[in-house]
Design a protein around this ligand. Structure first.
Ligand code: NDP
Length: 449
């Protein structure tokens, strides 16, 4: 066994060298690959037969990059770059969102796609992992421009996706409206009525009840499981939720419904502290009208706006729900100093590796995004099931399944943390180990493909 262990660790080092050599500038991708490689050593001791899988797992099955030409309202031709990374289909059709943001690059899409493989495996559902998007700034586009952009994007995407091959959903900058437009053009190009090719659709097109709420609600359900392990709960807790988009606003709703108080929030333009509690309906109204959290704070006597981080606000629980790299070492130190109990990632990659080390040392419980925010993709998979069976489930039925799936995701990460790291609270390494096991078993069974 000792010999096998040396060989396997050597294999992991070789895979890591190959990842760096092939794409030396993809730092976000390197970060997530490294985290997984560091987690799976103990799994390979128990399962040396899975060592061969690691190199294949770190290389996407397919990378699609394409031009997205469109005409703006002034009649000028604009060109953006679109991506779809079909990372791994061992467990099922590629599944993962589309992100429209100026910061989208191949590195961003590969980082998100790799995370998605493990996240989807952790849900226990039969879905592979993929991710896509385009480097467009949705805030600069009128509705007409956005529809034309989505149609151009979908025209190219149509050749690669489908209900049994690759089923994209929304992500930052892509909501039900955009998914509806992408689906409309997709069906026109392929000549089929195939709503099951996309999830996160508007309800009128077969979108699942509770899909918009799922990521935010699921993050809170996961946080409740983490707190239960410490004999705590959200009732009476002070919670900072960063961001004020889809994930953040529904997470805030669920925190409040669970008896907590949202004492801080943020957006891309700044942060707000409000010790008496953010009024989520008022915040939602301001954001729907294109305003900022600072505009919201102006209307509230107890709220203070600033351009720093929301994570310096004194809190018991922090839910970063905006974007990657929001919590660096400084924010982590502030959370530790303020006695924060737990941090759970509603967003993908908001806590940097350096910050995670600070949180660990400070005894703050940590829920990694690939587990904590898996509720969105889980309900997307339920939407696929509804489309396949031509059924519509009520919000109550979906919510019950979502809560059960998040409980299972937490249990899988906790149990693997205990088995492979001797620490049930190590959900980061546990989630990587549990996700890897499921994908590796399927990949091994499929042979070298
Ligand atoms: P939205 O576009 O709806 O919201 C994003 C929010 O983050 C906005 O409030 C935005 O500010 C804010 N934001 C963006 N960039 C920054 C920044 N640099 N600093 C501070 N705030 C910023 O996206 P979602 O809510 O859908 O997604 C949020 C995160 O959750 C992403 O990491 C996404 O990948 C992840 N996720 C989303 C899922 C989903 O179902 N939607 C599923 C799983 C994960 P502003 O309002 O000013 O634009």
């Amino acid at each position: 066994m000792a010999r096998a262990q040396d060989d396997d660790l050597g294999r992991l080092r070789e895979v890591w060298r190959d990842v760096l050599r092939r794409d030396p500038d993809q730092e976000l991708f390197h970060g997530v690959v490294r985290a997984v490689l560091e987690s799976i050593g103990p799994v390979l001791v128990e399962h040396p037969e899975y060592a061969e899988v690691v190199g294949r797992l770190c290389e996407p099955e397919r990378v699609i990059a394409f031009r997205v030409p469109w005409v703006d309202d002034a009649g000028t031709v604009q060109v953006n770059r679109g991506f779809r990374v079909e990372f791994n289909s061992a467990l099922g059709p590629y599944k993962g969102g589309l992100r429209f943001a100026p910061s989208v690059t191949l590195d961003v899409v590969k980082f998100l796609g790799f995370e998605q493989v493990f996240k989807n495996a952790l849900t226990g559902q039969d879905i592979g992992g993929g991710k896509g998007g385009a480097d467009v700034d949705p805030k600069q586009l009128s509705p007409g421009e956005m529809m034309r952009f989505c149609q151009s994007f979908a025209t190219e995407l149509a050749g690669h996706v489908g209900s049994s091959t690759d089923v994209p959903a929304g992500d930052m900058g892509v909501g039900p409206r955009e998914i509806g437009w992408i689906l409309g053009q997709y069906q026109r190009v392929v000549g089929l009525h195939e709503p099951g090719a996309f999830t996160g659709k508007p309800a009128a097109l077969g979108g699942s009840a509770l899909r918009p709420e799922a990521t935010g609600y699921g993050t809170v359900y996961f946080t409740q499981r983490m707190l239960a392990e410490q004999d705590r709960d959200l009732d009476g807790a002070r919670v900072v939720v960063s961001g004020s988009g889809n994930v953040a606003l529904f997470a805030m709703d669920k925190v409040i419904a669970s008896g907590g108080t949202v004492v801080g929030c943020s957006d891309s333009r700044g942060a707000v502290a409000e010790p008496d509690g953010v009024d989520v309906d008022a915040l939602r109204e301001v954001k729907d009208q294109g305003g900022s959290v600072a505009d919201y704070a102006e209307k509230r006597s107890g709220a203070t706006a600033g351009d720093g981080s929301p994570f310096t606000v004194d809190c018991d629980v922090a839910l970063p729900c905006a974007t990657q790299n929001e919590i660096g070492p400084d924010e982590a130190r502030a959370l530790v100093a303020n006695g924060c109990w737990a941090v759970a990632e509603g967003a993908n990659g908001p806590v940097t590796p350096e910050a995670l080390a600070v949180l660990r040392k400070g005894g703050v419980a940590f829920g990694p995004g690939k587990a904590a925010n898996a509720g969105g993709v889980a309900v997307s998979a339920l939407e696929m099931q509804q489309a396949a069976g031509r059924e519509r489930w009520s919000a109550e039925v979906v919510d019950e399944q979502l809560a059960a799936i998040m409980t299972d995701v937490h249990a899988r990460a906790r149990d693997a943390g205990e088995r492979y790291c001797g620490d049930p609270s190590d959900l980061e390494n546990g989630a990587n180990a549990a996700g890897f096991l499921r994908v590796a078993e399927a990949m091994t069974s499929l042979g070298v493909v």
